[in-house]
Design a protein around this ligand. Structure first.
Ligand code: ZN
Length: 670
């Protein structure tokens, strides 16, 4: 394990809290120590309050902050004396604890203190670091984990048996730590959970964390359990994958069961494939999560879908019986309602791993955590057997009051525009103009967006996990098939389709129009859409809330102009195609509507020069030309995109085959 401390960098941080920030970020950089908001750190500082009184304040990581990117304001200042008194109570409910922590902060705007705050308070050291180190957890989660930890560390650490995070854990540490601490003690190991280090300075505490974790790694190495990749069979990425439509079917079934759409994300890597094909996978994958932190973030056991390819239904029935029956406590049979019964992980011999979430971010976090879990399980297996928490303990974390409260809060829906959380949209011709505006409008409403364009810039238009840009010629049917395949593997399905790609060639009268030019316009503006509609139909049919399509028509459909024969004909044919699709696909709960925009000038075609020339041609000012409609209003790409997005939403849930002009009112259309 590499010690990342850099004396030069550290000198830029000059007070106790800033030093806390610096070394916390070092811990956060190492994903084998902390993942996605896991782990926490603290520092105890003497301060003067507004009355001039001295008080000891514990600055502890606030919820919602990640160690890798934490700032000073990510720490919650809590009165230390009060925390120490709390640690002596016999009982304190989760709700009471949260209340005590919040009401004893010295800064109203600070984030909520970590649930491990009291634990940090009672360790009598200035700096306290806590991680869920993969190496340490690999060792604690074995049958004789405690003996192994003691043989590695001797008196260097105090070992605490597993207790659920929260007040009970603090209580047991308050009792055991003072009894077992020696002058050699530099840390504390929590069985099936993680490790603490502490010291007088940020550097001392950090160095000790690295030292302790390195000792665990050395032990694993001696036992040939550190580099586990070589110890199990390899399945090559070239082997047969499941067909992507199965993922969309699975998403449809799960979403129907949950009554909300979810995202599925396939991670087919040498690691996940090999793990799914491990000879003992049925056993080792069903032992439960590695740490309570992982239970919270992955929510459920991995589900093994060995039959995924041939029978989605067997997975689904397996899932249904587990998650409805699983809502009884294994201990006392008491029925509890699970607020979030979403399964999180499927391992499949062909698919590798598929993770799920209400958003792509959630699904990716689960994937990250499970990749670390795979290493932990394989290492522990190498040591003689992975042993997770007893099911009652996992259940307790799963139904934890604090976590349930969090869920209640986050399930509140946002008011205003449509909410496309858990849904996937595909937009063609998306790099500029109306297409790009549609991408923005859909992202704003929470959809995952796949954006196609012939320009390679599409791939880097946004760097965010809910955006997938694919450089693709829409007239190439194979490229369309490939793009849809990527869409399903990345996000799990397709709910909305915006047919926007098109070209507008310069004006040309029919007697001068070559068949070649005509065909090129037809190819892009019409045929490409036929092909995309046809290939997307089986996917849209599986959309949990019904498939939605918007065809970008044109004012030229109801009111053609001279010189645009190919463009107008292609758009008119697209319009007719949409009407037939509405007739054919209504029974599949797919609706398709057409927009007829006119005079949208903030697109790539309308350079300032072209705009000036056209305005002059009509003897108008640019301003008058831009607002040459009944409402005297300018129509922007964003206006069109917002309407397109809303037409995919609930307001238009009962409308199909409509043609809606967005042109400021045009007397020829009326
Ligand atoms: Zn922890």
């Amino acid at each position: 394990m590499q010690n990342l401390w850099n004396e030069h960098d550290a000198q830029a941080f000059d007070n106790d809290l800033d030093m806390r920030v610096y070394s916390s970020r070092l811990l956060g950089q190492d994903k084998s120590l902390v993942l996605h908001g896991g782990g926490n750190t603290s520092v105890k500082i003497e301060q003067e309050n507004i009355l001039g009184e001295k008080e000891s304040i514990l600055y502890v990581k606030g919820s919602g902050w990640d160690l890798e990117t934490i700032e000073a304001e990510g720490y919650a200042p809590v009165k230390l004396n009060h925390l120490l008194k709390l640690s002596q109570l016999d009982v304190l409910s989760d709700a009471q604890m949260v209340n005590e922590l919040k009401t004893n902060m010295t800064l109203a705007s600070a984030p909520g203190p970590s649930v491990e705050t009291i634990l940090h308070a009672l360790l009598p050291y200035k700096y306290v670091d806590h991680t869920h180190s993969d190496a340490v957890v690999s060792i604690t989660n074995t049958t004789n984990g405690k003996e192994r930890i003691q043989s590695i560390y001797g008196n260097k650490v105090v070992v605490i048996p597993y207790v659920m995070p929260g007040f009970d854990l603090s209580r047991i540490c308050a009792e055991l730590f003072p009894k077992e601490v020696t002058n050699e003690t530099i840390g504390m190991v929590l069985m099936n959970h993680g490790i603490f280090s502490f010291g007088d300075s940020a550097k001392e505490s950090y160095d000790r964390m690295i030292q302790l974790v390195s000792m665990a790694e050395d032990y694993l190495d001696q036992q040939r359990a550190l580099e586990v990749e070589s110890t199990y069979i390899n399945t090559s990425l070239e082997s047969e994958n499941i067909s992507a439509i199965h993922i969309a079917r699975l998403r449809n079934e799960i979403s129907a069961h949950l009554h909300y759409p979810v995202i599925l994300h396939q991670q087919r890597t040498p690691q996940t494939l090999a793990f799914a094909n491990h000879p003992q996978i049925a056993h080792i994958s069903q032992q439960g999560p590695a740490t309570p932190d992982h239970v919270i973030r992955t929510k459920q056991f991995p589900m093994l879908g060995a039959e995924l390819n041939s029978s989605i239904n067997s997975y689904i029935s397996n899932y249904q019986s587990y998650f409805t029956a699983g809502a009884k406590t294994p201990h006392d049979g008491q029925q509890k309602t699970m607020l979030d019964p979403l399964p999180r992980i499927i391992l499949d011999q062909k698919a590798g791993m598929i993770t799920m979430g209400k958003s792509i971010k959630d699904a990716e976090i689960v994937a990250d955590i499970y990749q670390h879990t795979i290493d932990i399980i394989l290492r522990a297996t190498q040591l003689g057997g992975f042993q997770a928490l007893p099911s009652q303990d996992i259940f307790d974390v799963e139904y934890w009051e604090l976590e349930q409260a969090k869920l209640k809060k986050s399930s509140k829906s946002s008011a205003g525009s449509s909410d496309f959380s858990g849904e996937i949209a595909l937009v063609t011709g998306a790099v500029t103009g109306i297409g790009k505006a549609c991408v923005d409008s859909l992202l704003t409403r929470g959809a995952c967006v796949v954006a196609l364009d012939i320009l390679p810039e599409i791939e880097s238009l946004y760097q965010r996990s809910d955006y997938l840009g694919i450089c693709c010629d829409v007239t190439d049917e194979d490229a369309i098939i490939e793009a849809l395949d990527k869409t399903l593997r990345h996000f799990g399905g397709l709910d909305m389709l915006i047919l926007n790609a098109g070209i507008f060639p310069g004006g040309c009268r029919i007697e001068e129009l070559s068949l070649k030019d005509w065909r090129r316009v037809m190819d892009i503006n019409l045929d490409a859409n036929v092909s995309l509609l046809s290939k997307a139909h089986p996917l849209l049919k599986l959309a949990p809330n019904g498939g939605r399509i918007i065809a970008m028509g044109s004012k030229n459909v109801p009111a053609p102009g001279p010189g645009a024969a190919a463009y107008s004909s292609a758009k008119a044919a697209l319009n007719q195609l949409a009407r037939v699709a509405a007739l054919e696909w209504g029974k599949d709960n797919i609706r398709i509507n057409t927009l007829h925009p006119n005079a949208v000038f903030d697109t790539a075609i309308w350079t300032p020069e072209v705009l000036a020339a056209r305005a002059e041609h009509y003897g108008m000012t640019i301003e008058a030309y831009k607002t040459n409609n009944l409402l005297k209003t300018e129509i922007t790409s964003k206006d069109v995109a917002e309407l397109a997005a809303e037409m995919c939403g609930s307001l238009f849930a009962k409308t199909t085959a409509a043609q809606v002009p967005i042109d400021g009112g045009n007397d020829r259309v009326i």
